[in-house]
Design a protein around this ligand. Sequence first.
Ligand code: ZN
Length: 315
Amino acid sequence: MKSSTPKRFLPFCLALALAACTTHPYTSTNRAYKKKAKAYAKTLRQTPVANPGEDSLQQGDYWVGTTNFNMRKPNYVVIHHTAQNSTEQTLKTFTTPRTQVSAHYVIGRDGKVYHMLSDFLRAWHGGTGKWGNNTDLNSSSIGIELDNNGYEPFAEAQITSLLQVLALLKKTHGIPAANFIGHSDIAPSRKVDPNPTFPWKRLADAGFGTWYDEEAVRNTVFAPTIPLFQDSAAVTADSAAVPVTVLVPTTTVAVDTIPTSFQPKDALRIIGYDVKNLEAAIKAFKLHFIQKEVNGILTDDDKKVLYHLYKKSLE
Ligand SMILES: [Zn+2]
């Protein structure tokens, strides 16, 4: 029997395919992506060479490849704002080689998600940064850029999409809750994104990032500073006659006391901040966890928040 292919439709289909190709604004950069991915795949397929003669290692007599491995996985998520005016502008920036910047995901104000790079490949979003002892966040993280000019609040549709992406990433790669952080957290001296309107608490409530127990912070006091030596001259005979008033609280509130030995700098460092520039580290901490009066000064209330986050990071 003759083939039933409706040949008269073929030119129409071809024309349609051609139109789709020519109207896609990123056809050529997508081609560049595929070419680059192919080159890296070639590297992956190469087998380690025994006795390469280029090092002083005492290599074995032959190559033995293990049968047990998979791809390396990201273990952090770094959130950014684009500081640009539109998603289109950011897509252009990330497909222009001379900019040397990129991210795995770009999320628009309308909630549209552009997955620009495989999670297993290294995007260039973190730059010079440090979190704990990790100095190469690009190698270990997924970068997410939120379309935002840097000053405006984040759109609801955008946050809804972000939460969906985060849930997928957490499930797929097993990323710990504490490892969802902001660009300013890893680069305090250079970066201020995402901006102070970013809903970090909402994210933490959903399991992405850490937050503090607000009631515990309210019920926290500083331990009084006790002088090592009392000035004996100040103790007069009359002082013994002063009646002592003992204040008994009417309701029992569990009060957390910050010891006098508490050092904010150490707490920031243990949480993960690079404290080489302490003022910048405090600023980054306030941008993430206080979100008002973002400056390099820790108030008593800020110290209480810091103390609770520090205790949490020791758990
Ligand atoms: Zn950034």
